[in-house]
Every structure is written in C-alpha cells, then in structure tokens.
Design a protein around this ligand. Structure first.
Ligand code: SF4
Ligand code: SF4
Ligand code: FES
Length: 1003
C-alpha cells in the first residue's frame, strides 16, 4: 500500500523494473498497475479506477513479486527500481481468476450493465494468457491455468456473464465462468432501491469495491455513501442507511460513473449499453465548462458521461449528468410561428399559457421558414428604414456558441446600425467586468478554479458554488480536505460553509464595510506586500487614506461580524503563502457591485496575491458561455475582445474590417433598452423592434411587470428559441432553433478555456441551426454574408472572430480545437502553451500596474421599512438554472425540485406563525407572488430567498431595477418585501413532466 495518490509525471519515467520478464519504465511513485497500463499491458482490476485513491480491496490485480511470499495488489504497489513482478504467472493468473469467479458467483441472473462486445475474445484471451505466462512462478510451482483446480471455472462463459459491466469484461478476457457449485452458494439478493428519481441502487450486483464510496467522499466530497454492517452482511449505505431518494444525495452521479458493475445505474439506462455513437461535447449549463460525452442511440441522447476536461477531470453535477432530456421534451418548437392576427400581447396571460406550453396554437399559427424569415427580417428592416438605426435592438445569448454571439453582434452593429446589443452578462457579472477592466485591464479571471490546489487560503464571497458551480466547488472541498483554509463570506449559510475554517454571515448589503475592514487591518498592521505595491500598484495612498476610518471595531456593528474575527481573517489572508479570491453574484448584483469588486482587487493586490499559482481573482461566471459571449462582443459598449466602441482607432479598425460604417456611440444595456421601448414617440432613440435569440428577459429582467409591458409594447419582436418561453409568448415571429447537442461550435468557460462542442443529434422537426437563422436574418436586412463550410460555416465564422479578437485567441485555431477540445487563452500564436496564471509580471492596464480604487459605503437602493420589512435575495438552485426553460423541462431535475418555494429561517417562521409548507404571499412595491415556504436556517433572519427559475412565482416580479452606475447591473440581491400568510396558489406548476406530482403537492 505504498503507492502515492498522485504520480509525479512531470519528471521522466526513469524507474526501471521488470514485469513478466519485460523491462518497463515507471514514473517516480507510479504503481505497477499504472505503469503496465501505460505500456499497453493489461492486469485485471476492479476496485481501482483512474482518479480514485487506490484501495486494494478486491485483489483482482495481484502479481507475484520476486522474493516475496504473498501476492501483492499491483494497484497499490509502487514500481521500484529493480523490482521484478509477474502478472501472468500461473499463480498470479489463478488468483486473479479466482477473485473474478467468486465475485461473479454472487451476481444476479440478469445484470444491469450489459457489455456489448460479445464474448468472442474469450478463447483468444485465454490463449494469450496461457501463451504469455512465464513457465515458472516465484513460488516455485509449475502449473498451467487450465490444470489448476481453482481455474476450473475457465471455459466458455455463460449467457449472463456479459451483463455485469467491468466484472464481465475482465471475466471474459480472463476466460472465467462460474462453477455450478459456487453459483449454488450465491448470497442473499437484496431488492433494488429505486427511490431516487435519477438512479437505481441494485445491491445484488455490488462487489463492494468501494469505488462509489471514494467517489462520493473523496472526489465530490459529498460524503453521502458509506459502508454499513460487517462481514457478509456489509453493504454500502446512504446516510444512516436511508433509501437513496430520501438521503442527502445531491445526485452528482459520480458513484454511477465509478461503479464497475451496474449496482449503481442511471435509472433509465439499465441494461444494454449499446449505443450508435459517442459524441464529445461540453455541458450546456454553467460556466464551469465540464467536458462530457453524449451516448446516442436512434438520434436520442440516452446517457452522459463526464470526460477528462481540464476544468472537470471526468466530474459532473446533477444538471450535466441527468439534465439532458430537455432536448427531447415534446414541447420543443419544431416549426416557425407567426402571431395570429388580433391576438393581443398580454403579459398577464403568460403563466396560464405556460401551463400548456405545447399548445401555442391559441396565439400563433404555423408558417414556412420563407414566410417567417420574410416577416421577421422584413419588419425589422422597415422599422430601421422608417425610424432610424436606433429603433432596433438585439439580445444575444450566453447559452449559444461563440460563433453565434460573434455573428449576432455583427448583425446588430452592421445590419441594425447601432450598438444596441447586449445579453445576460449585464444581469450577472457586469460590475465584476467593469471593476476588473478598470483595475487590472482584463475582465476575465486571473487564475483558474482548480488552481485552488495551489492555495493555502481560499476566500469565497457572495457565492454558493455547491449549488451554482458544483464541480468547481469540488476542487475547493478537495483543497479543504488537504488542509487549505477556506473562508466563506455570505449572508446565507451555504454548504461550502461546512468545509470552511470561518463562515462569515455578514449582513446583506455590507460587503464594502467587511472588505474595507480587512484592508484596514492589513494596512494598519503592516501586512502589506510593500515590494508588490511599490513595483506594481497605483493609488495605494488614496486606498490607505480611504480605509483609515474602517477599523474592524467601527465596521463590526455595520457588517455584523465581530472585530476579532475580521482581524483574524484579514491576517490569515495576508499571511497566506498563496490566497485566492472567488466570488459570485452576491458580490456583483448590487448598486455597489463595482465597489465590492474594487475592494477585492485591492485585497489581492496589496498582499501580493497576484500573478502566482493559487492566487488571484476569480468571478465565477454563470452561464456556460457568458465569458465567450462577452469576449465575442455581445455588449453595447465594446467590440470583440473588449475593444471600446468609443475609441476612434478601434471604431475605424472595425469599420474597415467589416467594410461598413458603424455607429460611434455605445448602445443601450438590457435594462436601459426596456426603458427605451417605453420612451415617448418623440425620442429619436425609442426602440421599436427587437430580435432576441436564446434569452428570456420576460423572466430574467428586474421588475418584470415593467419589462413584460415593454416587450409587449414593441411594434415587432422576433424570438429565436427552443421552447415557447415567457418572452416568446410576446413575440410576433418565433423561430425554432437548435439545442446545444444539436450543433457544433465553441464556448468559453469561467476559466478562459475555449472548448468545442460537436453535434450529437439532429434537431427535431423543422428546427434550424441558430447560425443559419442569424445569417438568414442578416440577408433579410440586406447584408451580403457568405460563410462557407459544414455546420453553416462555423469554422469560417470562428476564424473571422479570431481575427477580430487579435492576439487573445490568435493561437487557437479551429483545427487545434478539433484536436485538443479545450485551449486556454490568452494564447497569441499557434503552438503557444496556454497561460493559466495571468499578470505574472505586468497587468493589462495602460501602464502595466494595478489601479487601486477606494470604495465608500453605499446602501442598497431600497431598504426594508415598516411596510416591507424583509429583504428579498434571489438566486439559483442546484437543479434549476436561470429562468428554468431548460431545467424545468428535464425530467430528473423537475422531479427533484418541482415547485417554487421561498426559504426562510425557523426564527422568522415562528415569529410569523408559519410552518414549512405553508402558502405565503411575498410582495414588493413592484409585484407579488404566491408560493410555499420552506424552512432553511441558512437564510438570515429578516430575509427571504427565492430562486428565479419558476414562472408560477417569478421572483423578478418583485426585484428592483436600480443599477450599479458602472456595470449597469440591477440590484437583484436586495430589495424590500412583505411576507403575509396565505394567498391564492397558482393551480398546477411546471411544464407538465410531473403533473400528477405537482397536482398532489400543490392542491
Ligand atoms: S455500488 Fe458499485 S461502486 Fe459501489 S461498492 Fe458496489 S460495486 Fe463498487
Ligand atoms: S458543474 Fe456546471 S458545467 Fe459542470 S456538469 Fe454541472 S452544470 Fe454542467
Ligand atoms: S484493483 Fe487492485 S486490489 Fe482491486
């Protein structure tokens, strides 16, 4: 058991040892099993899996070691210099076969994970094993496998052998079948546990290898699966031996991916594993950007596997692994639609219409593509030609590809004629980008998430990564297990807090007080990295003067964290060898979001925690391609790669590049455009027509009653999407588009990794590729675009975008992406190695130095008062993503979280005489919702948390559109609400997947 968990593969493999008389070279600390695998030599193994700690419990991998009496497990035994081992000696093979036979003898007659290769290789394997076997063994016995009594099971496999996954495969290769006498001793077979919506637990097929336990406890650090009982009664157990569906399982499915036999399986994928093809792609949900493989059969995705991508190393969360079947939902849009004459655009009708979303015929009529495109583009063109170039606006999508984002912004700039183009980055991290561009000259992260491996201190603020970036959270939890100090600062208690050294539940809205107090301690106590500040920072004196009055003692009553803890955390951060800061929308979605980020930049800078592994700044980006869409120029004040519209030289460059005159003024942002739609007719900037691709502002904007009224007031609205969204109900023309697995393109994750997704299936009906649709609209607007090549010229579009972004992705060609799947930028030249740590010597600012910006205290725009005494905090859940249009149509995700709830702590429930499950009405000055209340003691007293994914109780009806002045991001994280018992709960919820369940629980 001396093989270390990690192999030092950076040094050359120089350790020479012998395996079956062949000389092999191993890395320092590498196991015999792994060294053998690298040389193409197979040794059976079951409890070992790449990425998991070797456990050595199954003994399928034993080898003989020269000079040793007992056989050794090759998965746990380090290949040391001069070691001589035999994996194919009669004694080793006999033992390996015995293990396989005994495990097989306990398997059920019908298995759960059927291998598909057949068993044709049995004879060949056996022959090979016999032929290659050394004629002697170190124990001195001379025998052949077939002569061994223990090898009596060798022969033709029985019919059930192929049904037990890896166990069957090894048995097949080693020529093992089960003797009837052993079969007769089969253990008692426990019944399957099918209590979980996603997974089945079939313990009759469990070989107790503990791969699932290690995957759950050590990889994902969820610690749900353990081991119960003793001896022959021992078995894996969930929590305190609860049914899986009632346990604390978060359904990441890491155990399913780890299980070699099908004892843990996706519920709907039990049986044959035969698929038509496997297609490599990227997860379509969050910004972590997990690489995955789609298993496709009959043009349907039947399951998803994690792939070894740089951001996830095979890991996935519940959305990525089990949330894929939204693409096959019968409510997919399959034909172009045109609004029926005389049907009003009624925002009040949205919830009712959603309840029967497949029945769009009450509002729309079917159209041909020719008709829909002619009307869609034709009316936009007419509005532009009649009212001028400011009359149109477009929202692109952070869920689309980089190529779609690039073409969409080019269409608006060159076809509509203005810079009125934006997307949901405005609603999540616009203030982070504003602060970072000002401070360090680049809006992207300085260090990648799994760089926390090199940190000894991690500061997570305003983020709930176990729900919102679950695989990113696993790297943080792994680090905590290794002893890294984590500080989680968040008004809400979150799961990551359980792994934290200190959890700071500061009062909502007081980020600057907390962070300035930390800066005060660091400066006053002489913990500043003087050399870093002297050589690499500007404006330190102003920062120092600003935080002089922010002592922990003065800030403690404001932020709610005692002075001692503030000092302790500030000192630990400053003194750490490598400290990294990660944040989420809890920081950015405030009217002081940019100030919050300025404080974080100052913290990292004055302590010198920049430009080194394990340090720096990381805003965890939300959507799968919010980074890429911003990079591609889907923002009103910047061309691709954050080149400012207002910069004359940049403006001239793009005019030449696109060969057309361009508007020199920045455009309006998401929330500003809603205002401009409702502007007076005399306003020359009044927006009258819009093209919205893959975004859902009728759910995601603040103050929805206002936003929906604005959208309904447009003279012409073209919506391109895969479902009838809340926004689509207000459209004049609806264009059926493709879901992510139906197209080829690139996306860029939170880590600056440009990653390729490949088309796995065909779109349903007459739905068309988004890239094709954008080009058709462009043609209709009079643009003469031609992008040749497969997938509607995606490679040609990428190449044009690469030129527009100059050096940023200059070294990332389409061909390189096809080969490597994922490349990190900046990467200026072909062949350059990606740079994972930014600003090692210079910042990207004009003078190469970090610009420190002092921040003062600013309160939220709307504070609680006697009429609205609670604070509303909005956000996401683990299972439901953004406006819910995809995740709520995914059967597993909908089954786990089927209805809207408001979370409140027990003290507030008690005060209001409420119990969990009661119906409440939540009301702000702008709107109200009725939903059930859920007890969550992590919610601070005086606050209510509501996810914004539920149309039945759309949280954004209540949120405040007040903007951060720099990022123009609304204050989603803070507004005043009232809570009242009772209310008329909407009848029925969701999109019909679990309607019986919904009806039962909501009646
Ligand atoms: S459930 Fe699967 S992974 Fe877990 S111990 Fe059993 S066989 Fe191994
Ligand atoms: S962490 Fe994000 S990218 Fe990874 S599987 Fe989950 S939702 Fe997908
Ligand atoms: S694989 Fe080595 S002991 Fe199980």
């Amino acid at each position: 058991m001396n093989a270390p968990q990690k192999v030092a593969e950076l040094a050359p493999a120089t350790t020479e040892f012998k395996l079956d008389q062949q000389t092999l070279h191993a890395y320092e600390g590498e196991s015999i099993l792994n060294a053998a695998k690298r040389h193409g030599i197979d040794i059976p193994h079951l409890c070992y899996q790449d990425g998991l700690r070797p456990d050595g419990n199954c003994r399928a991998c034993v080898v003989e070691i020269a000079g040793e009496r007992t056989l050794a497990p090759s998965c746990c035994r380090t290949a040391t210099a001069g070691l001589e081992a035999l994996a194919k000696s009669p004694r080793a093979v006999k033992s390996q076969q015995m293990v396989l036979e005994m495990l097989l003898s306990d398997m059920p007659d019908t298995g759960y994970k059927w291998n598909d290769e057949g068993h044709a290789s049995v004879a060949a394997s056996l022959a090979a094993a016999t032929e290659n076997a050394p004629s002697s063994s170190y124990a001195g016995a001379k025998s052949s496998p077939s002569a061994s009594p223990v090898a009596a099971g060798v022969g033709t496999p029985d019919a059930t052998i192929g049904q037990h996954g890896e166990l069957s495969a090894w048995a097949d290769r080693m020529g093992v079948s089960v003797r009837p006498a052993l079969r007769a001793l089969r253990r008692e077979q426990p019944a399957s546990d099918v209590s979980h919506p996603a997974m089945a637990v079939n313990l009759d097929a469990c070989i107790q290898c503990t791969r699932c336990v290690r995957a759950c406890r050590e990889t994902q650090v969820n610690d749900v699966i353990g081991y119960a009982q003793r001896g022959s009664h021992s078995h894996i157990a969930f929590d305190l031996n609860d049914p899986m569906g009632l346990s604390s399982c978060v359904a990441c499915g890491e155990c399913v991916q780890a299980c070699p036999t099908g004892a843990l399986m996706p519920k709907d994928h039990v049986g044959s594993q035969a698929v038509d093809k496997k297609v490599d792609s990227v997860c379509p949900f969050c910004g972590v950007g997990c690489l995955m493989t789609y298993n496709v059969k009959d043009n349907r995705i039947v399951s998803v596997e994690g792939r070894d991508g740089p951001a996830n190393h095979n890991r996935l969360c519940v959305k990525g692994r089990f949330g894929f079947d939204y693409i096959h939902n019968p409510q997919r849009l399959t034909v172009p639609l045109i609004r029926k004459a005389g049907v009003p655009k009624d925002p009040e009708a949205i919830a009712h219409l959603n309840h029967d979303a497949a029945n769009w015929s009450q509002v729309f009529r079917e159209a041909t593509w020719e008709e829909a495109l002619a009307l869609g583009a034709g009316k936009l063109k007419q509005l532009r030609d009649t009212h001028g170039k400011k009359a149109l606006a477009g929202f692109g999508s952070a869920k689309g590809s980089n190529e779609e984002a690039y073409l969409f912004q080019k269409l608006v700039r060159t076809g509509f004629g203005s810079n009125n183009v934006d997307h949901c980055t405005r609603l999540c991290h616009a203030s982070s980008v504003a602060g970072l561009l000002e401070g360090v000259g680049s809006g992207s992260v300085t260090n990648q998430v799994n760089d926390v491996e090199h940190s000894d201190f991690i500061f997570v603020i305003g983020s709930n990564p176990t729900s919102n970036h679950p695989v990113a959270a696993t790297w943080m939890k792994n680090a905590a297990k290794r002893g890294t100090q984590i500080v989680v600062a968040d008004p809400r208690g979150t799961d990551l807090g359980k792994h934290a050294w200190r959890a700071l539940h500061f009062k909502a809205d007081t980020d600057v007080a907390l962070l300035n107090a930390m800066l005060h301690v660091i400066i006053e106590e002489g913990l500043v990295d003087e050399a870093f500040v002297r050589e690499r920072a500007n404006n330190f004196d102003a920062l120092k003067a600003n935080v002089k009055d922010f002592s922990p003692e003065a800030m403690a009553p404001i932020c709610g964290i005692d002075a001692h803890t503030l000092r302790e955390v500030a000192r630990a951060y400053a003194k750490a060898k490598a400290a990294m800061i990660l944040w989420g929308m809890g920081v950015s979605q405030h009217v002081h979001g940019t100030d919050n980020v300025r404080c974080l930049i100052a913290l990292a800078s004055i302590t010198g925690h920049m430009g080194k592994p394990g340090t720096g700044l990381h805003p965890l980006r939300g959507q799968n391609n919010v980074q890429g869409a911003s990079d591609a120029g889907l923002i009103p004040m910047m061309y691709p790669n954050y080149q400012r519209v207002a910069n004359p030289a940049v403006h001239d460059w793009f005019e030449k590049f696109w060969n057309t005159p361009l508007d020199a003024q920045p455009g309006y942002t998401v929330v500003e455009i809603m205002g401009k739609i409702l502007a007076d007719d005399s306003d020359p900037h009044k927006v009258r027509g819009m093209y919205i691709m893959g975004e859902n502002p009728a759910m995601s904007d603040p103050n929805l009653n206002h936003a929906r009224h604005a959208l309904a007031s447009l003279e012409h609205l073209v919506v391109q999407d895969i479902f009838m969204t809340e926004t689509a109900w207000l459209a004049d023309v609806v264009l059926p588009a493709t879901a992510w697995p139906e197209k080829t393109g690139t996306v860029s994750n939170t880590d600056r990794m440009v990653q390729m997704g490949r088309q796995a299936i065909d779109p349903p009906g007459d739905a068309r590729a988004d890239l094709w649709i954008i080009q058709q609209i462009a043609q209709g607007m009079g643009l003469d675009w031609h992008y040749a090549g497969e997938h509607h010229g995606v490679a040609a579009v990428y190449d044009e975008m690469r030129q527009a972004m100059h050096a940023a992705i200059g070294g990332i060609s389409w061909q390189r992406l096809e080969q490597e799947s994922s490349v990190t930028y900046p990467c200026a030249h072909e062949g350059d190695v990606s740079e994972t740590t930014m600003f090692k010597e210079h910042f990207a600012t004009d003078d190469g130095r970090v610009h420190l910006m002092p921040a003062g205290l600013i309160h939220a725009n709307e504070l609680p008062d006697a009429d609205y005494p609670f604070v509303l905090i909005t956000g996401r859940q683990l299972e439901h993503w953004h406006t819910g249009s995809m995740t709520r149509r995914a059967s597993v995700l909908d089954a786990i979280e089927p209805m809207a709830t408001a979370s409140m702590c027990g003290a507030d429930l008690h005060r209001l005489a409420l119990t969990a499950g009661d119906v409440i009405t939540l009301a702000s000055r702008r709107g109200e919702v009725v939903l059930r209340v859920r007890r969550d003691d992590g919610t601070p007293e005086g606050a209510v948390f509501v996810p914004f994914a539920y149309y039945e109780a759309a949280a954004n009806l209540m949120t405040n559109p007040a903007l951060d002045p720099f990022g123009k991001i609304p204050e989603f994280k803070y507004c005043a609400v009232a809570v009242h018992a009772g209310g008329d709960l909407p009848q029925g919820t969701g999109f019909g997947l679990n309607r019986a369940l919904h009806t039962d629980t909501s009646s």
